[in-house]
Design a protein around this ligand. Sequence first.
Ligand SMILES: Cc1cc2nc3c(=O)[nH]c(=O)nc-3n(C[C@H](O)[C@H](O)[C@H](O)COP(=O)(O)O)c2cc1C
Length: 506
Amino acid sequence: MTERNPVAFGDLRGWMKALDAAGELHRIDAEVDWNIELGTVARLAQGPGTGPALLFNNIRDYGANARCHQVFSGALASYRRVAMMLGLPPDTHPRELVKLGRTVLGGSIPPKIVRTGPVKQNIVKGGDIDLYEFPAPQWNRADGGRYFLTYGGVVTKDPDTNVMNVGVYRGMVASKNQIPILMWRAQHIGHHATAWQQAGHNEMPIAVAVGWEPSLDFVGGSPVPKGICEYDVVGAIRGAPVDLVKCETVDLYVPASAEIVIEGYLGLDPKGFLMEGPFAEFTGYVAGDASPKHVIRVTCITHRTDPILRGTIEGSMPGSFSENGVCSSIMRSATAWNVLDRAGVPGVTDVWCPPVQAGINTFVQIKQSYRGQAKQVANALWGSSAAHVRYKHVTVVDDDIDIHDYAAVDWAVAFRVNAGENDIVIMPSTFGAGLDPSTRRRDRNVHQFGTGKWNRVLIDATINLDYDPDPDLGGARFPPTVWPDQKDIDAARARWSELGLDGRKR
Ligand SMILES: Cc1cc2nc3c(=O)[nH]c(=O)nc-3n(C[C@H](O)[C@H](O)[C@H](O)COP(=O)(O)O)c2cc1C
């Protein structure tokens, strides 16, 4: 595995400087409307992992005198930039990123509390709070409103242990000082909400750090185990402790050099819920229905002078992969691989969740040593809680199939799958993602059922070891492929120039 050389960028600005030097940052100086146009440009520009990070620095209605006049997005929508964040060469293959992802959440360098920092340069409280002073985009025409929180680190704490959690949760502007957010009870923020409620509170302290080093966004959106504080993991990724300052109005800590921090209380009583959504979701569909949600009552905003609003366009589609899609493809693959290891499934040689759907379809490559191994893979994955919103379809292939190559997987599915031989297995009516539009609307109601509903499928595209070894094939179960023998390849290559094929693929 490639050696990591951890980088502490210092803050969002240090990260942008590094991106600039690497030719990965594009500044948009022409005026762009926060209302639909900015989101449209971001979605079109990101491409299939090929677009640059974007700094919008001329936003309609938010001139140079505005409290905030810049939006930054797209920084993690490319494997090159994810590699840079992790301190790896930019051309590191996603396969290597997955391998690293298997251990990267296990590192720990605890944060350091400091007295103050740039995020305290401006402190806005009480009646002065006005979220509309920030150019939060209406990212999509179909969204229910302007989303201030799309890629911020949402900080809460366990009331019993005081251990903080940082997660990424979307939040819409509902008024000058109210942000309803999408919070599932199964997420760690939901665990905290339940604990505060059981302790008799109807509000929970909350803070959101918007705009800092990329590792905060990456780790906040990754499945860090419960009870482990994301700041510790971020410290390990950047190879240095995160400097944290205390919030002004809540007992929580945020990075001292964050661009913007929203402080407040999250209402836990349904009577105070406000409508939130719909929102263009990670599935690539406008699938987050409008419904009443928990609301952040903002008590304070602290921010750097001339702050940069970090945001992201959510939802991957063919030809346009979101930051979430790219990062999740790594971490959902790494998590699945770890689940298989812990379950004792032998012979797993690679796991990949392509970024366009980031783990709904999962490819697992194995070196088979016995009959039924692919079924063990699916059972182990589906029995894990990591499968709650992922791994709906599992395709298992042999180790001669490169799972990073769609053509290779397609070929294996074409010629190694026989539905009449139990190569397709349906596991009906399991738990699943409430945002998947292929599930009937009724069954996506997580409030009614506690979870969504998925019928899962295993596609066993391995060579069937239940077939008898064929004496005509020297005991093999499948015939040889058409690919030439190595000696024939070598002989042909030796004549490549003579054949006038130089410069062509061989
Ligand atoms: C850009 C982005 C947006 C996300 N939005 C939400 C959201 O609105 N609600 C939610 O429950 N999870 C959302 N997630 C997923 C969570 O951040 C992720 O599951 C994370 O692991 C949750 O933190 P936790 O492990 O501390 O619970 C989002 C992730 C990303 C990267």
